[in-house]
Design a protein around this ligand. Structure first.
Ligand code: GDP
Ligand code: IMO
Ligand code: MG
Length: 427
């Protein structure tokens, strides 16, 4: 049995899609376990360049079954566009399955996301992707959500949607927004069902048989630990749990089935949206990282906030996820830096603290810096650990030490093959 959870270890956009695409070459099953189309997972391979939002990043291997698990939320209209786009680029989508338990992002969730974000004062803005993620998970927890399986049960759907809409329209009314009409939404839902019905299934028998049969399974996370609903920097978080502990629940398998947890770690730090970012560089270094790393959001196109690697945040991530190994990405972005800084801990009111404090204090911490020499040569052709320049090896070893987990992969370019495989074994 080999069930590998692939988790974002920082503030998101670590390169999860790129790592899952690589692993999927040998995987039997890939399951997206949380989040929705707020994700932008970039994959660059022989077929082309893709920015996936809800489709699992395993779709490029036609032999790999890809599942959107019950912990994820689906905007059916967006999904249909995404399917059409990848099909137009030659991707076989016959093996993509959707759990009947996925909650549906409705048009009223998207409207509410935008209105609620606008209503927040500037400093309190989360900077959401406006994909309806907060409102759909709110309805899920309030037990008033609509799920993909409901699309095939017209009577039930009419009752459930009627209830949900009453509440959504009351809320929308507070913002002066026009109400959504039940009949119009039911017509939309019919259209979604016509296209998506063959893919909407009880995914458990499939997942169970692959796991029991000893198949290779990848659990694909969305976003990163620092925006986890419970252990991230609340309230500047998403409305689900990217951490590995949720991977089992969201995918529909026992927690004890997970055999590996790979933390995906960018060689520096980026964040899109509000909230603290202790190692942010609002200076020429930050601009250089943004340009060299092409740090612009895959979903919203927003410039990402950039800073040096944060060893305190990684320690937090390793504890919460139990990383068995790391995939360090974007090492090549540092190729031309003569010196590289990294944060090895935080001071709060001048005193060294253990770990990552809660949000108001996280906004006040001072990083403790270390400076390491750069390597000033290209790493893009490296495929083996021994191909990497010694200074890059030292930097990676320091990251592994701060994380308390060994390095399994080092990514040296966005393309599938630009990967140093330190440890390729699945078991
Ligand atoms: P994800 O959301 O975690 O899947 O990450 P994103 O796709 O949002 O952001 C990662 C970005 O970095 C994408 O544009 C990738 O193509 C790119 N990328 C991934 N790995 C590497 C790498 O090793 N080097 C470089 N230069 N770019 C990379
Ligand atoms: P991937 O999977 C980076 C950020 C938003 C906002 C906060 C909440 O590509 O790493 P939401 O729309 O979820 O309610 O927004 O989280 N955010 C992301 N940042 N990458 C993402 O996904 C993100 N998904 C959400 O900017 O601050
Ligand atoms: Mg992304």
């Amino acid at each position: 049995m080999a069930v590998m959870a692939v988790v974002g270890a920082q503030w998101g956009d670590e390169g999860k899609g790129r790592i899952v695409d690589w692993l999927a070459q040998d995987a039997d099953l890939v399951i997206r376990y949380q989040g929705g189309d707020n994700a932008g997972h970039t994959v660059v391979n022989d077929i082309g360049t893709f920015k996936l939002h809800i489709l699992p990043s395993g779709i490029f291997n036609p032999a790999t079954r890809c599942v959107v698990g019950a912990g994820a939320v689906v905007n059916p209209a967006g999904l249909m566009v995404e399917l059409a786009e990848v099909e137009a680029q030659g991707v076989d989508t016959a093996n993509i399955w959707l759990s009947e338990r996925c909650h549906i992002v409705m048009p009223y969730h998207i409207a509410l996301d935008g209105l609620e974000e606008e209503a927040r004062t500037t400093g309190a803005r989360i900077g959401t992707t406006k994909r309806g993620i907060g409102p759909v998970y709110t309805d899920k927890a309030a037990r008033i959500g609509i799920r993909l399986g409901d699309l095939g049960r017209p009577k039930w759907l009419r009752e459930r949607l009627g209830l949900a809409l009453e509440r959504a329209n009351r809320l929308l009314g507070l913002f002066g927004h026009a109400p959504f009409e039940l009949e119009a939404l039911l017509t939309l839902a019919e259209g979604w069902h016509e296209v998506l019905a063959p893919r909407i299934i009880d995914t458990l028998p499939m997942v169970r048989s692959v796991v029991r049969g000893g198949g290779r399974v990848v659990l694909e996370g969305q976003l990163g630990v620092m925006r986890d609903l419970d252990w991230g920097m609340y309230p500047y978080v998403t409305s689900s749990n990217p951490t590995a502990a949720y991977a089992a629940a969201g995918a529909g398998l026992p927690a004890t089935a997970i055999t590996q947890v790979v933390g995906v770690v960018k060689a520096y730090t980026t964040s899109v949206g509000g909230g603290p970012l202790p190692t942010e560089q609002l200076n020429a270094d930050g601009d250089r990282l943004r340009e060299a790393g092409r740090e612009y959001g895959a979903t919203t196109g927003r410039p990402r906030r950039c800073g040096w690697f944060d060893g305190a945040a990684i320690g937090h991530a390793t504890w919460l996820n139990g990383f068995t190994s790391l995939a360090v990405t974007k090492l090549d972005v540092l190729d031309e830096f003569a010196e590289i800084r990294l944060c090895v801990g935080y001071l709060l009111d001048g005193v060294a603290i253990d770990g990552v404090p809660d949000t108001p204090d996280l906004g006040r911490v001072q990083p403790v810096w270390e400076t390491m020499p750069g390597w000033l040569c290209s790493t893009r052709e490296a495929r083996l650990w021994s191909d990497l320049p010694p200074a890059a090896q030292r930097y990676l070893e320091r990251i592994a030490e701060l994380a308390g987990a060994p390095i399994r992969f080092v990514s040296v370019g966005p393309e599938r093959e630009r990967l140093v495989v330190v440890e390729g074994d699945w078991s």
